[in-house]
Design a protein around this ligand. Structure first.
Ligand code: ZN
Length: 168
């Protein structure tokens, strides 16, 4: 299992770099990320959350694991929906987030092949949440400042834990 970086860890705020080499080694990392995601009871995990500033993530919205490398969101619906989200880097925090209902995305799989496909509803939400991580954006950035202010004590607690973690 890989160590999950918590809110306050600077890697979560970096803009991740494009994956240049897609090989067996990279696939091993993605497999480790899938294992870590399942152990954490998550539906998605982005590379920056395990300390790797790379544009890739894994997700499982109920149809088995999907590996997503160098994703691009080509189109997103004007229509939005509000649903509760959580994040392995922000344990015990759940907030309503507004997202596009559907997206059209393009990404590479573990073989380096480009895949273009649409996602709708829950899968689209998971994809957008994980994609945000690659740009250093967290779901709490997408809630109202008033709600974020209420989270401050919890966030300060996580920052302390993140600092402790970095010393291990
Ligand atoms: Zn997350």
């Amino acid at each position: 299992m890989m160590r999950i970086r918590l809110y306050g860890d600077p890697v979560l705020r970096q803009k991740a770099k494009k994956v240049e080499v897609i090989d067996e080694h990279l696939d091993e990392i993605l497999e480790d990320m899938i294992e870590t995601m399942y152990l954490g009871d998550g539906v998605g995990l982005a590379a920056p959350q395990v300390g790797l500033s790379l544009r890739m993530f894994v997700m499982d919205y109920g149809e088995g694991p999907v590996k997503v490398i160098n994703p691009l969101i080509l189109e997103k619906s004007e229509e939005t929906a509000v649903e509760e989200e959580g994040c392995l880097s922000l344990p015990e925090i759940f907030e309503d987030v507004e997202r596009s209902v559907w997206i059209k995305a393009k990404f590479q799989n573990e073989k380096g092949e480009w895949i273009e496909r649409g996602f709708r509803d829950y899968p689209a939400r998971v994809f957008q949440h994980e994609y945000d991580h690659l740009d250093g954006i967290l779901f709490i950035d997408r809630i109202s400042p008033a709600k974020r202010a209420l989270l401050k004590p919890k966030l300060l607690g996580l920052i302390k834990m993140a600092k402790k973690g970095s010393r291990v």
